[in-house]
Design a protein around this ligand. Structure first.
Ligand SMILES: Cc1cc2nc3c(=O)[nH]c(=O)nc-3n(C[C@H](O)[C@H](O)[C@H](O)COP(=O)(O)OP(=O)(O)OC[C@H]3O[C@@H](n4cnc5c(N)ncnc54)[C@H](O)[C@@H]3O)c2cc1C
Ligand code: FES
Length: 285
């Protein structure tokens, strides 16, 4: 699998405190200070539970929910973690309703992060980041990590429509091209149209591609990169109950017939490791 240079989670679940909860387009950007946690790497995720509004009285949600870390900065109070979320059900709804001062219980950082371009492809000239909808979250932190390593990067971000878009401020100082299916921003069509054009250039064959988004988009990225012989990493999603390898709820097929547990063997996966990214039951629309 990919780079095992993951940051390990401290044992058990701990309390962080929400310091901001802002709307960004159709999404929420929630920031919390984790007083004791390590600084995560881009591509890793946390299992989150709201201290307020989480079940009780026999109501959903019971289990924590998985979220990629979209930003992380350390200061003398701890690590400020930011999560970009789309309210699609009871768990994301409860998190979206948290206010400054509320507790956010977290386990993490979990999973395997993105690999730096020269580990993914020794000839890599630069990185191409491809995000679809809320899938831009882990790419925002990855963009910052790449910039701090001096790696040139270009970001391609696609959205279904205006209601399903946001978080663009996380990509300030980056070369960003936009696509939208309804034409409200940038190219009218899919973000993979932009990737296809970019991969036609000779220099692009040595690029390292990093993608996160809905399964259909990830599968289009995987197929394009395979056809052009370009190395890619895909940040994938599956239903996760524990996040650390115990429940097998996140099992996903590998090329060749074996299975992985996406929470410990991913969520960042080499595109060559899977036959398809279009797995039933996985990921957002
Ligand atoms: C590693 C990982 C990172 C993620 N990062 C983010 C993130 O940065 N921002 C964000 O908004 N969401 C992220 N998700 C998805 C998020 O965990 C789900 O949206 C959330 O669990 C839904 O919970 P709910 O109670 O609100 O909705 P539910 O009622 O549980 O589900 C509502 C809808 O979302 C779908 N869904 C449920 N669980 C998942 C899941 N794990 N993945 C994809 N779709 C799901 C269901 O099929 C259903 O259609 C991530 C998931 C994983 C596995
Ligand atoms: S979420 Fe439990 S094993 Fe992966």
């Amino acid at each position: 699998m990919t780079d095992p240079d993951r940051v390990l989670a401290p044992f058990g679940r701990r309390r962080s405190e929400v310091v901001a909860n802002e709307a960004t387009g159709g999404y929420r950007l929630i920031s919390a200070v984790d007083p004791e946690g390590p600084v995560p790497r881009a591509g890793q995720f946390y299992m989150l539970t709201g201290e307020r509004g989480w079940g009780g009285g026999g109501e959903r949600p019971y289990l924590p929910r998985a979220f990629s870390v979209a930003d992380a900065t350390a200061d003398d109070r701890g690590v400020r973690l930011s999560f970009l979320l789309e309210d699609v059900g009871p768990g994301t709804g409860a998190l979206a309703a948290l206010a400054a001062g509320d507790g956010l219980l977290l386990t993490g950082p979990l999973g395997i992060p993105f690999s730096v371009p020269d580990e993914l492809n020794p000839d890599a000239a630069g990185a191409i980041l491809v995000g679809g909808g809320i899938g831009l979250a882990p790419l925002a932190l990855w963009r910052r990590e790449l910039a701090s390593r001096g790696v040139p990067e270009r970001s391609l971000l696609g959205f279904r429509d205006q209601a399903h878009s946001g978080g663009l401020e996380l990509f300030r100082c980056s070369e960003v091209r936009l696509a939208s299916e309804d034409g409200h921003a940038g190219h009218r069509g899919y973000v993979t149209d932009l990737l296809g054009v970019m991969l036609e250039g000779d220099a692009a064959a040595s690029a390292a591609v990093y993608a996160c988004g809905p399964p259909a988009m990830l599968e289009a990225v995987r197929a394009l990169c395979e056809a052009r012989g370009v190395e890619a990493e895909l940040a994938m999603e599956s239903p996760m109950a524990c996040g650390y390898g115990a429940c097998f709820g996140c099992a996903m097929p590998l090329r060749g017939g074996d299975y992985m547990r996406l929470c410990v063997d991913g969520p960042v996966v080499r595109s060559s490791a899977v036959e398809t990214a279009l797995v039933a039951g996985a990921g957002h629309r």
